[in-house]
Design a protein around this ligand. Sequence first.
Ligand SMILES: Nc1ncnc2c1ncn2[C@@H]1O[C@H](COP(=O)(O)OP(=O)(O)OP(=O)(O)O)[C@@H](O)[C@H]1O
Length: 328
Amino acid sequence: MGGGQLVRTAATFAALTGESVEVTDVRGAREEPGLKRQHVAALEAVAAACDADLAGAEAGSERVAVDPGALDGGETRVDVGTAGSVPLILDAVLPLAARLEAPYRVTVSGGTDVQWAPPLDYLTDVKLPVLRAHGLDASVTPTRRGFYPAGGGAVTLTVRPSTLTPLDLRERGRLRHLAVESAASESLREADVAERQADAAVEALQSTAAVPVLRESAYDETASSGSVVTVVAAYEHARAGFSALGERGTPAEAVAEGAVESFRAFDRTPASADAHLADQLLPYLALAGGVYTTPERTAHLETHADLLGTFGFDVDVADADGVVRVSR
Ligand SMILES: Nc1ncnc2c1ncn2[C@@H]1O[C@H](COP(=O)(O)OP(=O)(O)OP(=O)(O)O)[C@@H](O)[C@H]1O
């Protein structure tokens, strides 16, 4: 049944509802089935917030059980040990705010900007502002970035008891500004990678949109070298983000162009949530209700919505006027 998302969501909703859950045949369809270290870390991060007993929470395990206690917060550290995604682990923890009885602080080390996961700047500058506008009380303090394969990044998340309000994202409103967030390893400073990514993105965006384009670029001492650029689109009522990771052999300018192109494609649609945010907002929609639209039905959106249905939270995913409308 399902992938890593199933394990994370099962743990999160066990903690939220106070009901024990068991997931069997974990990542059964994957080449290497069973839990990966990053899924174990997510289970540990959720379990520590609610004194849960975990069974089978180890790498390779194909069966895991979560028996939650009270969501009384506290403080803990979790180490993914690899470049497994830190933002994905924090994603599992963030919705707990809705039922926390006291603040919870977790420091997670691993990869901050890795493939197939939300980059750090996407979490801090796209997802968190959207959620804060809807009642979430959470702050993220990055200490260091971590790229593939060594990871070694570290981020501290503090979540406080929050009253979530319905996601009212029917219309995104007009584009107000764009921001380019560019980051690279210290070892790429000599090649000006962070500046080149930022300059190329800013230049391309200025030729596309008649709004202010903010720009930030930074270097960080990292265990493995890498780079990342995120284009943040701030609309009147919504935010969207488009990231690209640097790759050996791909010029910094081409990396930036990838992120800009994704923004342009989204901006041509009337949607209020980008394709990634659409699946990541589902737990909040389940808890607080609301509506948003997104350009496409991704497999993540569909399987995550189905999964929430199995926890008794029905989410409606419907085609409407060329976009996909997600509501509850
Ligand atoms: N560029 C990106 N920007 C923002 N979010 C992203 C980006 N790429 C992937 N994501 C998000 O990362 C999450 C990936 O979840 P997924 O379940 O695939 O991870 P996993 O734990 O590695 O699972 P598995 O290994 O079983 O496939 C999704 O929520 C997806 O929207």
